[in-house]
Design a protein around this ligand. Structure first.
Ligand code: SF4
Length: 444
């Protein structure tokens, strides 16, 4: 039986003018901020810790614990950097928050800033988010006018300034330290860690980096209490989760689900995917954004929760679930994914810069029917050079995880669909119909 999901993040979506301050106030908005200002900052952090809220940007790190890493006695200013640079293929949930309920995020930012003793927050939005950023900036302006931001939050003497910054459209700026570099006006190159941003972050100061959905979850925690929020989820992951469902389902979209929902239930349930298009069967599913390895059709009874997916050597990641049916060419789909990562590599680390390009080229020639059987071993060899052992989670051989996240996806693809790879090689052609990408590349 599919567990019912409480509406936490999406509760205002679809209401008239849900993005305005007036609509947000009507639904009880900013009362959690008032409540937080009556508590001590430590008590607010403890509440978030007890709620088991985990980061929704990809890594799933416990949010309250992250907040507690910021040194309390630092003589430097502290910053909050909000990661709205959503650009993982198959992931499009944060933009819905920015468009439909930006004040829920802003209230979360205000509460987090108070808990952390932060007086300046930056929201770093993806360069392509023109419309969502307009909505967000409108909400920030309203929050200043209403006294939630500015020199004295609700007259309580706590100052907070919030700035919206749009990136230039580089995927790697979604990596937290790449984003900090970009915010500082530099090339968005990830930094070596340690030191971690909580200690040395933006402008060399302690910085907390949180994702949009993570912070938008905070007002509900303060409103209903940590125990209520924790109970919505599983033992180690509190709350509900936004899922971006795309690919071969009747009803793609963004859905708020209980983390006890399985991949199969997400695809088949009437409230979510409503099943496959007529005559189609599931071939594989990417459960957590395109950098996650694929799940085979017989692995769909796994819950879409951080620990459950970890147990099957996969990840919940950014919540992007991509469904592929029996007409999907697995060589081509993997080639597309690797093509994206190779293109977006910032080029600082040799395994990522060179390895990504190699993987892309080999996959392309197999897809075009020009591959050799030995290419399968060559792919695995390149993978092993990028990340020795090709295991999940990948061995860290580079500055950030972009490079090492390619091999597990490639290895899983070859392992699960070896026959399909060999058919490409032996028949000297792709056995599936061409799609728009192939046709476009053929013209170039
Ligand atoms: Fe850049 Fe790739 Fe190295 Fe990350 S792993 S820092 S994207 S070269």
């Amino acid at each position: 039986m599919l567990p019912a999901a409480e509406k936490v993040i999406t509760r205002n979506w679809g209401k008239p003018d849900s993005w305005t301050l007036e609509a947000y106030r009507k639904s009880g908005g900013y009362q959690s901020l008032e409540k937080a200002l009556g508590m001590s900052p430590q008590a607010v952090t403890d509440e978030v810790k007890k709620s088991n809220l985990r980061g929704r940007g990809g890594a799933g790190f416990p949010t309250g614990l992250k907040w507690s890493f910021v040194p309390k006695d630092s003589p430097k200013p502290k910053y909050l950097a909000v990661n709205a640079d959503e650009s993982e293929p198959g992931t499009f949930k944060d933009r819905y928050i920015l468009e439909n309920d930006p004040h829920m995020l802003l209230e979360g930012i205000a509460i987090a800033a108070f808990a952390l003793g932060v007086h300046t927050a930056y929201i770093y939005a993806r360069g392509e988010f023109k419309f969502p950023t307009q909505r967000l900036q409108g909400a920030v302006d309203e929050a200043y006018q209403a006294g939630f931001f500015g020199p004295s939050m609700l007259g309580k003497g706590f100052a907070l300034d919030v700035y919206v910054v749009r990136g230039a459209g580089a995927y790697i700026c979604g990596e937290e330290t790449g984003m900090l570099e970009s915010l500082e006006g530099k090339k968005g190159w990830p930094r070596l860690k340690p030191p971690f941003p909580a200690v040395v972050g933006l402008f060399g100061s302690p910085t907390v980096v949180n994702n949009v959905e993570t912070l938008a979850s905070v007002p509900a925690i303060l409103e209903h209490g940590a125990a209520w929020y924790a109970k919505l989820g599983t033992e180690k992951s509190g709350g509900t989760k936004l899922i971006c469902l795309s690919g071969s389902v009747k009803r793609p979209g963004v859905f708020e689900i209980s983390m006890r929902t399985t991949v199969r239930q997400l695809i088949e349930d009437e409230r979510y995917g409503q099943g496959m298009p007529a005559g189609r069967k599931v071939k594989a599913v990417i459960p957590g954004g395109s950098s996650a390895p694929v799940l085979a059709a017989n692995e769909l009874d796994v819950e879409l929760e951080f620990e459950a997916l970890k147990k099957v050597d996969n990840m919940a990641g950014s919540g992007g679930v991509i469904v592929m049916d029996d007409t999907t060419c697995m060589v081509r789909s993997l080639w597309r994914v690797i093509r994206f990562y190779a293109e977006e590599s910032c080029g600082q680390c040799t395994p990522c810069r060179e390895g990504g390009g190699w993987l892309e080229k080999i996959l392309e020639r197999i897809e075009r029917g020009q591959g050799r059987e030995s290419d399968l071993d060559l792919l695995m060899d390149v993978c092993d050079n990028i990340s020795p052992g090709v295991a999940w989670p990948p061995a860290q051989t580079t500055i950030c995880v972009l490079g090492p996240s390619m091999p597990p996806a490639v290895a899983a693809g070859i392992q699960m669909f070896r026959d399909e790879y060999l058919t490409h090689v032996r028949e000297g052609r792709c056995p599936f119909p061409p799609d728009r990408l192939l046709l476009r590349l053929a013209r170039v």
